[in-house]
Design a protein around this ligand. Structure first.
Ligand code: SF4
Ligand code: SF4
Length: 380
């Protein structure tokens, strides 16, 4: 990255910072890593320190959970400074091999998981009660265009979420369609791993792709894709929603009936990109409350104060140096203390990180982690 005088100062409004420390005070990863975001906001004012700061391993500990931005009294986005430093490393190709592989796969295959683009539709096989997923032709009309997400399309643990999303659409009579093999990565994780140029490529590609269809709204399975399409794409002229928003609407309009019991105490874990980033707190809770038998519980740290699972911000491909207990494990222990039998989520990354934590803690017999889409599949 060519560093011009005051690059970071202007881009991130660093002179607006009053060094109050509320960002670091709220940062969930400070309990297990060296990251001090306030200090980075202070130190990046000096151009000649940017190279040195970009080499600090803790810039990769940030999960981009947005807590620091919510806490900042001056309206700054402190974590963006860390993404700026990451992009200096990425531009030189000087990043962890796992992150480099993910970025290469995004460019070559349209997904970070090293899987061929042609297999993006494998999840469509064998959906209970659904003969055929509707693939839209260019120019075709539909109310809802569904976006499945790379993780749901390829990860066998997450594929059931995509299947259940289609089951919900069919059961509620939604006029929906899917892109098919041409669906590709949203660019969110490219940007968070420091590859701004690759993100811009996906912005242009996907905007053109979505523009081929005559649809009223884009409904995303993952909050990460939703956030990027909704808040970061430059010219996407299409309303973007998370699936929980649409499902809440369908239940309210009595288009989706939930009749089977899920008799269990259930606690909802707010995904950062749904809650803290996009203020979607009520819809997932409403859906759970409409499932027969569900006894809703709340974490002490919930909604804006929710604890991050550490799956966002490119962290699925970057290992932290810290050996301290992962936040996902803390979350699982909090759920156990509450007496929850189900930890409900609405994000593929949260599902993977929390389920992993459940196994690490040896609590698979006592409780389970489930996406709301899986619970809907059981309740319908
Ligand atoms: S919360 Fe905002 S103003 Fe306070 S130290 Fe952090 S960036 Fe600066
Ligand atoms: S985004 Fe979250 S993890 Fe990153 S610095 Fe801010 S509070 Fe910490």
């Amino acid at each position: 990255m060519s560093i011009e005088q005051g690059t970071f100062v202007q881009k991130y409004d660093l002179l607006g910072c009053i060094q109050c420390g509320r960002c670091t005070g709220g940062c969930p990863v400070t309990v297990r890593t060296e990251l001090n975001v306030r200090k980075f906001v202070n130190d990046t004012i000096e151009d000649d320190r940017l190279e040195e700061l970009s080499e600090k391993p803790e810039i990769w500990d940030c999960t981009t959970c947005n807590t620091c931005a919510l806490r900042c009294p001056k309206g700054l986005d402190p974590f963006e400074v860390l993404l700026g430093l990451r992009s200096m490393r990425a531009e030189e190709g000087n990043i962890q091999p796992t992150a480099r592989d993910a970025l290469e796969s995004m460019f070559n295959n349209g997904n970070p998981w090293g899987k061929p683009a042609a297999r993006r539709v494998d999840w469509m096989e064998g959906i209970e009660g659904v003969e055929k997923v509707r693939i839209l032709e260019p120019g075709e009309k539909a109310d809802v265009l569904i976006h499945i997400c790379c993780t749901a399309a390829y990860d066998p643990r997450i594929m059931p979420l995509a299947k259940n999303l289609v089951r919900v659409m069919e059961a509620a009579g939604v006029d929906y369609g899917f892109i098919g093999v041409e669906e590709k990565h949203c660019g969110s994780e490219a940007r968070r791993l420091g590859e701004e140029g690759l993100f811009e490529y996906f912005d242009e590609e996907n905007t053109e792709l979505f523009g081929r269809f005559d649809v009223n709204r884009l409904v995303c399975l993952s909050p990460h894709c939703m956030n990027t399409f909704k808040n970061e794409y430059q010219n996407l002229n299409l309303p973007v929603m998370h699936y929980t928003e649409l499902v809440a609407e369908l239940i309210e309009d009595k288009k989706l009936e939930l009749k089977n019991e899920i008799a269990a105490p259930v606690v909802f874990h707010d995904p950062c990109y749904l809650g803290k980033k996009n203020n979607i707190f009520d819809e997932p809770r409403y859906i759970l409350s409409q499932m027969p038998g569900v006894e809703p519980l709340e974490f002490l740290r919930s909604r804006e104060r929710s604890l991050c699972c550490e799956g966002g911000g490119g962290k699925m491909w970057v290992e932290s140096e810290s050996k301290e207990q992962r936040l996902a494990e803390t979350r699982i222990m909090d759920a156990k203390d509450l007496g929850a039998k189900i930890v409900a989520v609405s994000c593929p990354f949260c599902l993977l990180t929390l389920e992993d934590a459940l196994k690490v803690k040896g609590l698979e017999e006592e409780m389970r982690v489930a996406d709301i889409l899986e619970l809907l599949g059981e309740a319908m």
